[in-house]
Design a protein around this ligand. Structure first.
Ligand SMILES: [Zn+2]
Length: 197
C-alpha cells in the first residue's frame, strides 16, 4: 500500500500528485487533486457533470515532525445541471475532508477544536503552537463558535473572553460554560451592558 493512501484522509476522493519539501521554511507542500466522481449542487442537491473551472485552495494539515504540512488542493467548479436553480456555478464540496471556505483540513480543525474546548482561547493557542498547529487565539475561538451546540442550560461557572470577528478590527465576546467547556453564546461587542443583559 502506498504511503499516501494511509496518510490522506480519504484516498478514494483525493490523489497526491507530487510533493515538495522546503527545508528553510520547514514546510512540506502536498499537491493534492480532488478525484470524487460526483459533485452535488449545495443548493438543489442535483448531481452536476459539467466542469466550469479548476482552482487551488491552500490548507494547513496536521504537521509531520517539525514540518508544517500544507496542501495545495485542486478542486473544481461545476455548472449546476438544474435550470431552475439559483446557484448556476458551485464549487465541489469535500465533506469530512475540509469545510467550505476553511483554510485547514477537517482533521486539523477537529484537533484544534478539542484543544480550544479543553483550555479556552489563550492557553489553547499556546498549546497548539507547541504542537505545531499554527493558529491564533482568535482563530481558535472562531472554531469554537462554529462548533455544534447542544441546548444551553444556565451555567454555574461562566467563562468570558473576547474574540475578533473581522480580522482583528472588530471584537465580540464569547461566553463559555467552564464545566462542560462548551461555548454557549457569542455577543456582538465587548460592552459591559451587553454582557450584563
Ligand atoms: Zn443547483
Amino acid at each position: 500500500m502506498q504511503i499516501e493512501r494511509s496518510l490522506l484522509p480519504n484516498s478514494s476522493l483525493l490523489r497526491l500528485e507530487n510533493w515538495q519539501i522546503d527545508f528553510m521554511a520547514t514546510q512540506i507542500i502536498l499537491n493534492v487533486i480532488s478525484t470524487q466522481a460526483l459533485a452535488y449542487c449545495p443548493l438543489c442537491h442535483q448531481v452536476a457533470h459539467r466542469i466550469h473551472s479548476h482552482y487551488q485552495r491552500t490548507l494547513a494539515d496536521l504537521p509531520w515532525g517539525e514540518y508544517e504540512v500544507l496542501w495545495q488542493l485542486q478542486v473544481r467548479k461545476f455548472f449546476c445541471s438544474n435550470p431552475d436553480c439559483q446557484r448556476q456555478i458551485f464549487t465541489e464540496r469535500l465533506a469530512d475532508i475540509v469545510a467550505p471556505w476553511a483554510r485547514k483540513t477537517a482533521r486539523m480543525a477537529q484537533r484544534q477544536t478539542s484543544i480550544g474546548l479543553a483550555l479556552g482561547g489563550i492557553a489553547g493557542a499556546r498549546l497548539s503552537q507547541t504542537l505545531g498547529y499554527t493558529t491564533s487565539r482568535h482563530s481558535l475561538l472562531r472554531l469554537l463558535v462554529s462548533f455544534p451546540k447542544e441546548r444551553v442550560k444556565t451555567p454555574t461557572i461562566l467563562g468570558v473572553d473576547d474574540w475578533a470577528y473581522r480580522k482583528g478590527r472588530n471584537y465580540g465576546t464569547i461566553l463559555v460554560n467552564l464545566e462542560t467547556h462548551q461555548p454557549i453564546a457569542l455577543l456582538s461587542d465587548r460592552e459591559s451592558e451587553t454582557l450584563t443583559k
